[in-house]
Design a protein around this ligand. Structure first.
Ligand code: AMP
Ligand code: MG
Length: 476
């Protein structure tokens, strides 16, 4: 074995309906394009004695060990319609355990056909894989729960979409790849042991603190719900729109997963949608919390019989849990939005104050990220449209009992100076397609400190009219 993987594939102890053993497509001369040293160190990977070519072979799944690679089965509601899916273009090299005893799924995306590929070729193009690398790493440094990216390898092969493109493989690192859709898949079988096994497995792996609880399954739903709320609050905080919040793209542990047509909002508009396939705005910015609740309801359906044998009683218990989503979400959302403008104490008028601010931002098409930065630099008065609102805000601010330092820390920690804006990402990807990676690497360095004051102005600007990205694509 060339790389010091510390694999322990617990997933393979589940019934074999949940996975298929697979191999990656063979490539003679894959090339390493990006390797994430920081993440590699966190995983305690020792690459010192490896050449880039050796690393490229390993990170494209050209077998270097006796471990079994496997693809996972799952199902999911895609735009509300139920479908059987699975890793059609991905495989797990293994579950790696680092020196701190933390377990990570190491997954290759774009590694070739699997039993779940349906009509697809199992491949991925360079653009979308670089996009996932750039955005997932940005999200990590923006303090948003997310899967991460360890590497991008060029396969050396051309792949065919609407035109010929460079083939690539992304190595994705996740706490796990268990999705709400994994439970929906298990639920297709008459044998109820499958759901039982998966639930036990998920609780032991992600929520061991509740494994001996009497109301374990209810606690499990509460835990999953808390994770999804934390996730979506963070998306709302930075203006992120996932784009395809299908149940198969909802990770149980609440990481942002499957960066397809995701994008960041420039000017504030709650109805913003970028995905070319989201015609009805199902996954718009403002709909995201509601959709995650809908997804959790799909999860709850699969474990009802484990909550109580009496179905009516089980439904009631599950409904009671789900009914709390909106209440918890609203409370946390308000706290987060208040933090963005440096308010902490309770005040009954705060919700209206925030709503009025967002309304003005919407009507006057103000940039979401940069408007909140004006609270950091005390330059709000540059917007005439905010004059009246600022008076109310200043009065409200006088009522705060917390220290100035505490309040300005809140502002600084919740308002990034830089987000991976769509028009910038587009430019970087176009350059990369032409084998120019200079700016891409520079951006990957800058994004490591998104709250710092030293971000170059060119990354902070809204797009010019001719730079605006109106639509994003899944890019499979
Ligand atoms: P995604 O949009 O990446 O979440 O993928 C949705 C489903 O389509 C998943 O089951 C993927 O594995 C599958 N899929 C996406 N692209 C391909 C491809 N090129 N070949 C085979 N399956 C794919
Ligand atoms: Mg997916």
């Amino acid at each position: 074995m060339l790389l010091n993987w510390n694999f322990d594939n617990s997933y393979l102890k589940l019934p074999n309906i949940f996975y298929s053993l697979v191999n990656a497509e063979k490539y003679d001369n894959p090339q390493l394009l990006l390797y994430n040293e920081t993440l590699g160190k966190k995983l305690n990977l020792d690459v010192r004695n490896l050449s880039n070519d050796q690393l490229a072979l390993i990170l494209s799944g050209q077998k270097d060990s006796n471990y079994n690679f496997f693809s996972q089965a799952y199902a999911g509601h895609q735009f509300g319609h139920f479908t059987i899916l699975g890793d059609g273009r991905a495989l797990l090299l293994g579950e790696h355990i680092n020196n701190e005893n933390k377990r990570y799924d190491i997954q290759l995306k774009g590694s070739g056909k699997t039993p779940y590929s349906r009509n697809g070729d199992g491949k991925a193009a360079l653009g979308p894989m670089l996009r996932e690398y750039l955005i997932s790493e940005s999200m990590h440094y923006l303090d948003v729960p997310t899967t991460r990216s360890l590497s991008v390898v060029l396969t050396g092969e051309k792949i065919y979409r609407d035109k010929s493109l460079h083939g690539a493989i992304l190595t994705r690192v996740a706490e796990s790849h268990i999705r709400i859709g994994t439970f929906q898949f298990a639920n297709l079988y008459e044998n109820t042991d499958y759901i039982k096994d998966l639930t036990e497995y998920t609780i032991n792996r992600h929520f061991p603190e509740i494994k001996d609880n009497q109301n374990k399954i209810e606690n499990f739903l509460i835990k999953v719900m808390d994770k999804q709320i934390e996730l979506v609050i963070n998306w709302m905080r930075i203006g992120f729109i996932h784009g395809v919040l299908n149940t198969d793209n909802s990770s149980i542990v609440g990481e942002t997963i499957d960066y397809g047509p995701c994008a960041f909002m420039d000017n504030y508009n709650p109805k913003t949608v970028f995905s070319s396939i989201d015609h009805n705005g199902r996954y718009s910015y403002e709909n995201q919390p509601r959709i995650l609740l809908w997804n959790i309801a799909r999860l709850a359906e699969t474990v009802l019989f484990l909550i109580n044998k009496d179905q009516k009683l089980a439904i009631k218990k599950a409904e009671n849990i789900l009914a709390k989503f909106q209440i918890i979400y609203q409370k946390k959302w308000l706290k987060m939005m208040k933090s963005k403008i440096g308010l902490f104490d309770e005040n009954t008028k705060d919700l209206d104050l925030i709503k009025e601010l967002l309304n003005i931002m919407h009507v006057f098409k103000l940039d979401y990220t940069n408007t909140f930065l004006k609270f950091k630099y005390d330059t709000l008065n540059k917007h005439e449209c905010l004059d009246n609102w600022i008076k109310k805000y200043k009065e409200r601010k006088l009522l705060e009992k917390s220290s100035k330092e505490f309040l300005s820390d809140l502002i600084n920690q919740n308002n990034p100076e830089i987000i991976p804006r769509n028009h910038i990402i587009e430019k970087l990807l176009n350059e990369a397609e032409n084998k120019n990676y200079k700016n891409l690497n520079y951006f990957l360095e800058i994004i490591k400190k998104p709250y710092s004051k030293e971000i170059p102005e060119k990354f902070k600007k809204m797009p010019k009219t001719n730079e605006i990205v109106h639509e994003t694509f899944c890019g499979t």
